[in-house]
Write a protein that binds this ligand. Structure first.
Ligand code: AMP
Length: 130
């Protein structure tokens, strides 16, 4: 059974898409810690980040860097925090979270509740800078 992220890759499940290329996809986290919280995934399904090939993990980070630069332009923040958790969705992914302090990337915090209109606006703003 494909992961929920593989179903996003095929378009079966919608997402707020930020960017993609042949191998990687970035989209907004639906339960964000901060406005602009984005997930970057390899399109090829692999549960554990460190089971990706060297080339895949390097490519994922290079792609994430471009996405992070676009988030920085759209969301006021000190920097983009990077986290890998992977306990909920068994498809390797990197969290990119705009942060001003350590508390902004505390995954035990309640998540933001954003309206579809807010997600669309954030998506557009980040895409503009990609
Ligand atoms: P983790 O596997 O612990 O890194 O967490 C998975 C992350 O994926 C969580 O932050 C979820 O909010 C996020 N997530 C789960 N399903 C979706 C979805 N359909 N679209 C966007 N984000 C999702």
């Amino acid at each position: 059974m494909p992961s929920i992220f593989s179903r996003i890759v095929t378009g079966e499940i919608p997402c707020y898409k930020i960017a993609e290329d042949d191998h990687y996809l970035a989209f907004l986290d639906i339960n964000p810690l901060a406005k602009g919280h984005t997930l970057v995934i390899p399109k090829r399904e692999e549960d554990y980040l460190f089971d990706l090939t060297d080339a895949e993990i390097a490519g994922l980070m290079v792609f994430a860097k471009k996405v992070a630069r676009a988030i920085e332009k759209a969301i006021p923040c000190s920097r983009i925090g990077v986290a890998v958790i992977g306990l909920e969705v068994p498809h390797a992914h990197v969290h990119l979270v705009p942060i001003n302090g350590i508390y902004d990337i505390d995954f035990s915090k309640p998540k933001l509740k954003l309206s579809p209109e807010e997600f669309v606006e954030i998506t557009g703003n980040i895409r503009t800078g990609f």
